[in-house]
Design a protein around this ligand. Structure first.
Ligand code: NI
Length: 638
């Protein structure tokens, strides 16, 4: 029985959830009379302790681990939230009506089978010359929320179709335009087959396997060797690298999570971030047609960035000495399973850290930059997203998303030019779209009491104090409340945001800070009255700041699937709470607007999006002065 689970594996409040803990929580639920054989486990994750609880805990003390579960009892659009206390065996049970979990795998499969057996769909395929229906790839898509009657009270998906001439064929080269299926995925029932007319299926092969292309033969090997091993150490999910310390875990929805990130300075670990993770992302499409206008995938809340994580045991994407972390998730029937090698960690040389060549003394000092890389990769349908956190020797943190994989495609009739899509191959186009990610940063800069300042650098008007009209200076604005902190980037003023601890000063008497340095990023382009703008309100601004609240977890709310909108950041921040000298959370939206190129076909070279967190008076001076010079003869000329 589940009571008194105190697995010796678990030695810290922020340790990753174990298979034994998942099994214990599931056993508690299954023994409760509310639940039946039909109950499915849509989500199981750690109910994470608060900052105060973590800080109050010390090694040797008991752990009161709690598990969050989201259950579906039947085919209705309702869920049951459960928090299971493993130490006491108590369950807190809260039904939530009219919301859906992310799309379940079992139901996605049921939707595919229902379509395959549907006579009207079979007829639509034959009308397009497809005789062998086994060659049709069926992709269930989140249906969105458009006031369609099929949506009401149901968990539905819309299915799109592609031809695979062989099992390994790239189906996105052969989209079947004009057919969409609405399916009640919870009941395995086709609701409607929409057929807007036949468009010839593009025929050109889009395969990218080595056997499908002629490979260049003049690349010489690059070998990374670390003869003395890596410079990091790992204990459970705790990582030490150089002066950094952090914990890593995986959540089935959010994917890779960092906890309790700190940097050792003058003998003590100074906290910077309590928690960091992508809590939501959206891929809105810009083509208004019936096949593509409804496509707005929320790849975290509707599919799950952890659930879709690659096992890097299949082949590694990193070079060097690597440490892997496994991820433990639960199946929809409550069975724990392990994704081996879900997180990859390694070190990378990163060019020059700092350098000066003094011509007078003829001393040339240079230091090599190195970074610790913690990454995972999620494949969500056609797309692949790499999530990469980098830690540098000088206290900088970087987050980078690597966008790759295969475009979502459409067939175009011969001779036609699409207005809202790029041609990428003969009769094959890819609609314009965006990828907008929101990363939640639970700030902890030298402690929990932080404020956010916006800094814009402006020219100073000419005048007696500015006789050469050259003056410019940063203008700092304290963001006092939530509505004042709904912000967008401004490259023209080099805008950044400082996370300041007003109660901790550096040796110059200035409050310590980390600055959030945005990259080049859009916000949502869909009109404010669109369905996606309502549902992905988080994407209408780059920055949001909230006071920490334990139930404010995901940028679009806990239930974005088929949600009518308004939840998450727009709703919470409407309260306009104070964010000055508080335990605050920054929510940063960034991404790319993707006007596809022919070069993105048939598989996309990586596109990058991200941001930096850079110490800004957090240290008293360059914290990487103590990095030793590289050993001699590291350069080699043939
Ligand atoms: Ni894209």
């Amino acid at each position: 029985m589940a009571q008194g689970v105190s697995s010796t594996e678990v030695q810290h409040p922020l340790a990753a959830l174990t298979a034994a803990e998942i099994a214990a929580a599931v056993a508690l639920v299954k023994s409760h009379p509310t639940f039946t054989e039909a109950t499915r486990f849509a989500y199981i994750g750690l109910a994470e302790p608060s900052k105060a609880q973590v800080r109050a805990w010390s090694p040797g003390q008991s752990l009161s681990r709690r598990v969050r579960l989201m259950l579906v009892a039947g085919p209705e659009a309702d869920v049951v939230e459960v928090v299971a206390s493993l130490a006491t065996g108590e369950l807190s049970i809260t039904p939530v009506l009219g919301v859906r979990p992310g799309l379940l795998f079992e139901e996605s499969f049921a939707a595919i089978v229902a379509v395959q057996e549907n006579a009207q769909w079979q007829e639509a395929m034959r009308k397009r010359g497809i005789e062998d229906l086994e060659t049709v790839q069926i992709d269930p898509w989140p249906a969105g929320s458009f006031g369609v009657s099929h949506e009401e009270g149901r968990r539905i998906c819309r299915c799109l179709f592609y031809v695979r001439h062989t099992p390994e064929d790239n189906g996105y080269a052969h989209p079947i335009e004009g057919v969409v299926a609405f399916v009640d995925m919870a009941r395995g029932e086709v609701l409607e087959i929409v057929d807007t007319g036949v468009v010839p299926i593009p025929t050109e092969c889009g395969n990218y396997y080595p056997e499908s292309v002629s490979l260049r033969d003049d690349l010489k090997p690059v070998e990374i060797t670390q003869p003395e091993g890596p410079s990091f150490s790992v204990e459970g999910n705790l990582v030490h690298w150089q002066k950094w310390s952090l914990r890593v875990s995986m959540d089935s929805v959010e994917g890779l999570i960092l906890h309790d990130v700190g940097y050792e300075d003058q003998g003590r670990v100074r906290p910077i971030l309590f928690r960091a993770a992508v809590t939501e992302m959206v891929v809105p499409y810009g083509d208004p047609g019936p096949m593509h206008g409804w496509k707005n995938a929320f790849d975290a809340g509707e599919w799950g960035l952890g659930r879709m994580a690659n096992s890097l045991a299949l082949g590694c994407d990193c070079l060097g000495v690597i440490h892997y972390f496994d991820a433990v998730f639960s199946s929809e029937r409550g069975h724990p399973y392990v994704v081996q090698n879900a997180i990859c960690m390694h070190e990378e040389d990163y060019g020059i850290l700092w350098k000066h060549n003094d011509p007078r003394s003829e001393r040339n000092e240079v230091r090599r930059s190195r970074r610790l890389v913690v990454s995972s990769i999620a494949t969500v349908g056609n797309y692949d997203y790499g999530f990469f956190w980098y830690f540098y020797l000088d206290g900088t943190i970087q987050f980078e998303v690597k966008l790759t994989g295969i475009l979502s495609t459409m067939a175009v009739a011969p001779g036609e030019q699409p207005e809202f899509a790029s041609m990428v191959a003969p009769q094959l186009a890819a609609p314009f779209h965006q990828h907008l990610f929101n990363v939640r940063l639970d700030a902890d800069v030298d402690g929990p009491s932080n404020s956010v300042h916006e800094v814009d650098t402006h020219p100073v008007p000419p005048g007696p104090d500015n006789p050469w009209s050259n003056a410019f200076a940063p203008v700092t604005t304290l963001l006092e409340t939530e509505t004042a902190a709904r912000r967008v980037i401004n490259p023209a003023t080099s805008r950044y945001w400082k996370i300041v601890n007003p109660r901790s000063e550096n040796r110059l008497g200035i409050p310590v800070a980390y600055k959030l340095v945005p990259g080049s990023t859009p916000t949502l382009l869909a009109n404010p009255d669109s369905s996606v703008a309502q549902r992905a309100g988080f994407a209408t601004r780059n920055l949001w700041v909230t006071p920490y609240a334990p139930d404010e977890r995901r940028a679009a709310g806990d239930y974005p699937n088929q949600h009518a909108g308004g939840d998450g950041l727009p709703r919470w921040t409407a309260a306009d709470r104070s964010i000055v000298e508080r335990d605050i959370v920054l929510w940063y939206t960034f991404g790319v607007t993707h006007v596809p190129r022919p070069e993105d076909w048939p598989v996309m070279p990586v596109e990058y999006a991200g941001f930096m967190l850079v110490p800004h008076g957090f240290f008293d001076r360059n914290p990487a002065l103590d990095v030793p010079p590289p050993p001699g003869a590291t350069c080699h000329t043939e």
